[in-house]
Structure formats: C-alpha cells, structure tokens
Design a protein around this ligand. Structure first.
Ligand SMILES: Cc1cc2nc3c(=O)[nH]c(=O)nc-3n(C[C@H](O)[C@H](O)[C@H](O)COP(=O)(O)OP(=O)(O)OC[C@H]3O[C@@H](n4cnc5c(N)ncnc54)[C@H](O)[C@@H]3O)c2cc1C
Length: 401
C-alpha cells in the first residue's frame, strides 16, 4: 500500500520539506510506494522577505516544474482542519469543494501571519506581509497620485520598528517619489514602542540604523504606540495625530492558526514547541516546521526565529524525518548554530550581522551587495533539475556557511 506524506504550505519550509522528503524516498528507492503531496493555494512560493520592495515582479515564482522534476504532487487548496488522531485533514479545494485526505505523516508548514492588535481602525491599515496584501499596498501607493495633494496623501506611517518595519520605512521614500513625483513633499514616519528605534537589532547596530533612517529622511517616533487609525490620520499614544492616508502595519507575526489546533505546548507566538526531530510531541505522525515551530537551534539556549533562513533548514529536517520514518532511514536532529541577519536600509545600504549578539560585520554598500545576493538568489527555489536539487536537499545542508 502507498504511504502518504502530506505537507500543508508551499513556502520556504513546505517547499524544502517536500524536496527533502522526495530525496529521502529516492535514497531508499521507495518512489513507487511513498507519495509526497503539498497542499497550498497555488504551486508558488511567496518571496515574503522581499514584499517591502518597490518592484514586486518575480515575488511569487511558480514551482510546478520543480515539483514535477522530483515527483512531488500539488493539490490546490487550503488545509482547513487536522485530525491527528484519525490522521486525516480536511481541505477546501481551489474549486470551492471539500475533500478529506488521509496521511501517514503530516507536515504543518503553513507559515505565519501579521499580528493585528484589536485597536480602533485596524481594518484601515495596509501591510507587506503576504503576496496579495503587498500588491494591495502597491496599488494604493500608485493610486495616491490621482488623489488631491494633501499632507495625508503624502505621508506614510509605518507601525512597528522591527526588521520588516525598518525595511518597509527606508524603502518607502523611493516608493512615494516614484508614485507622486520627485518634487512631492513626502513624509515617512516610523513608530515603535521601544525607547530606541532599532534597539532589537542590538546596541552596535543602532547608530547605523539611525544614520540610515536619517539619510532616507524617515522620521522616528520611539516609545509610543499607534493608539487608533482613522480615515486620513493616525493617533499615537503620546496624543500626537499624524495626517496620513497610509498606515503600514508591521508589528509582529504569529504562527498560522492551524498550529493552535495541534495538541501540545505552544509559545507566545502560537508556535508548536517541537522536539529535536520536529515532531509535534503530542500529535503522533505530525511534524511542525518553518514559522509554525519553536525548536532549539543549538545547545546554548537559542531557538529559531520566524525567518526564511530558519524555515529553509527546518523544512529540510522535517521533510527528511517524515520520509525517514516511513522508509527506515535514520532521523536527523535539527541544528542551525549559525545565525545572521541582513537588514535592508534603503539608499544607505544594508546591515549584516552575525551571531545572536548581532555583531555588525558589513554596512552600507557591502551589506547591500550581500542583501541582493540573499534576496535575489539564495532564497529562490532551485531550477527543476532532480539530481542538483537532491544534492542540496539534505537535512544537514548549511544555509549560511
Ligand atoms: C516584509 C517581510 C520581510 C521579511 N524579511 C526577512 C528577512 O530579511 N530574512 C528572513 O529570514 N526572513 C524574513 N521574513 C520572514 C520570512 O518571510 C518568514 O519567516 C518565512 O516566509 C517563513 O517561511 P514558512 O515557509 O514557514 O512560511 P510562509 O513563507 O508564510 O509560507 C506559508 C505557506 O503556507 C501556505 N498556507 C497558508 N495557509 C495554508 C493552509 N491553510 N493550507 C495550506 N497551505 C497554507 C501559504 O500559501 C504559503 O505557501 C520577512 C517577512 C516579511 C513579511
């Protein structure tokens, strides 16, 4: 009888889980009796780390040929619920129907979503979190050119000064000028609750971040939060009211809601606390990966963050282990001791740090060259060449050398 590995999600983790599972099945010579299937809305990877950029071309590459090359099936739909006791999932299919699928191993790789707190006017915000919402923001920015020139039209407020907020804010002046003309009196403001914008990137990084914000002409509001959004304005907890037609929400991510339905311990971000092999420990037959899992990256007390850097490695490990259990190969524990960040800071360049202490290694143009390499090459799906793909789909593949 055919064994089934079912993967929910075709993002960084889901794709690499599928490729790694297919590799393990092939290593064991079991292609004829182990089936690997991805369920996701379309056979595409959303290149989420680039969705703040001015040009949204090639942010949703098609992976059909790649999946065909390694014998992975794709079902267009959304996993709606998981019954880990019965080992079934229900799927809302692309054509609007419903189907129930059985599995021998299930891998949850449905990623994360922007966290939107319950504050007045939250429905008025834009974001760069998902492919569709990033395009909605892009259309809105371009349409501003048709609106009467007002301070609100010319102003963008970015709520959240973490990595995505900083990237969004420092790219925004160029986007506004492209939409409104180089002479427009544009204004970009970044708001964060931390006493210093960029503090989460570490003390060594802060002066660089402030220099980059200054060079881009981005104003900062630190130590305050967005209290309410109104049509044409945003109100801060300090009482300041900023006229704006565009609030971009960028204040944190949470694991996909399906993670909450997996039995077991969850962290405050809604991620399932996985074991070293990325099992969901209280749901036999279920693996959790990418942004849906919290897993130790080393034996020093560090854990993965929601990032494609971690998702691509977590995916490989979950996919390998799901297949390994079915074909009798050794399981591989997740380990990813090297951690880097590369923060795009607009025209100033980018900031590249190494380690959990975030030691600054490259800044400005040097950092930007690395960011271009990461964003333009490293995170994209590989070409549909079966042998070449299997050569880099191993669970101990080192993402950052
Ligand atoms: C603006 C921005 C900038 C970022 N910058 C960086 C960066 O510089 N570096 C970095 O490492 N990370 C960055 N990230 C984070 C990174 O994009 C995520 O951590 C990463 O995408 C997680 O990968 P994933 O595969 O777990 O989930 P996702 O990429 O979110 O993929 C989830 C997949 O699941 C599918 N799916 C969703 N619901 C269902 C369902 N019910 N059933 C089936 N499929 C489903 C989705 O369609 C998608 O295919 C950034 C994110 C954003 C938004």
């Amino acid at each position: 009888m055919t064994s089934k590995i079912l993967i929910a999600g075709s993002g960084f983790a889901g794709l690499w889980a599928a490729l790694s599972a297919a590799r393990a099945v092939s290593l064991a010579g079991r292609e004829d009796d182990v089936e690997v299937t991805i369920v996701s809305p379309t056979p595409n990877v959303a290149i989420r780390p680039r969705l703040y950029e001015i040009d949204l071309a090639n942010m949703h590459p098609d992976i059909s040929a790649l999946l065909d090359a390694v014998g992975v099936r794709h079902l267009a739909g959304l996993v709606d619920s998981i019954d880990s006791a019965a080992r079934t999932v229900t799927v809302r299919t692309h054509d609007g129907g419903w189907t129930t699928l059985g599995y021998d191993r299930f891998i949850l790789a449905a990623g994360s979503r922007l966290f939107r707190p319950d504050i007045p006017g939250i429905d008025l915000v834009f974001d760069a979190d998902q492919h569709d919402s990033a395009h909605a923001l892009d259309r809105h920015l371009k349409a501003l050119a048709e609106a009467p020139e007002t301070p609100a039209r010319n102003t963008v407020v970015v709520a959240g000064g973490g990595l995505t907020g900083l990237e969004t804010a420092t790219e925004m002046p160029a986007r506004l000028r492209a939409a409104l003309g180089s002479d427009a009196a544009i204004r970009v403001v970044i708001v964060d609750t931390a006493p210093t914008i960029g503090a989460a990137m570490g003390a060594e990084a802060v002066p660089h971040i402030h220099e980059a914000l200054g060079q881009a002409g981005v104003e900062s509001r630190a130590g305050v939060r967005v209290a309410a959004i109104e049509p044409g304005a945003v109100v801060l907890s300090s009482g300041e009211r900023i006229e704006t037609d565009t609030v971009v929400w960028s204040a944190g991510m949470r694991a996909h809601p399906l993670a909450a339905t997996i039995p077991g311990e969850h962290d405050p971000l809604g991620r399932v606390v996985g074991d070293p092999f990325l099992h969901a420990p209280d749901a036999p037959g279920v693996f959790v990966t990418g942004d849906t899992v919290k897993a130790a990256t080393d034996d020093q007390g560090n854990f993965n963050v929601m990032s494609c850097q971690h998702a691509m490695s977590l995916g490989r490990v979950a996919g390998h282990n799901a297949a390994a259990e079915l074909v009798g190969l050794p399981l591989h524990p997740y380990s990813q001791p090297k951690y880097v960040t590369c923060l795009d800071l607009g025209p100033w360049g980018a900031l590249y740090t190494e380690g959990w202490e975030r030691a600054v290694r490259f800044v400005g143009d040097e950092g930007k060259a690395i960011k271009r390499e990461i964003n333009g090459v490293w995170i994209y799906p590989p070409a549909p060449d079966r042998d070449a793909v299997f050569g880099i789909a191993n669970p101990d593949y080192v993402i950052v050398p």
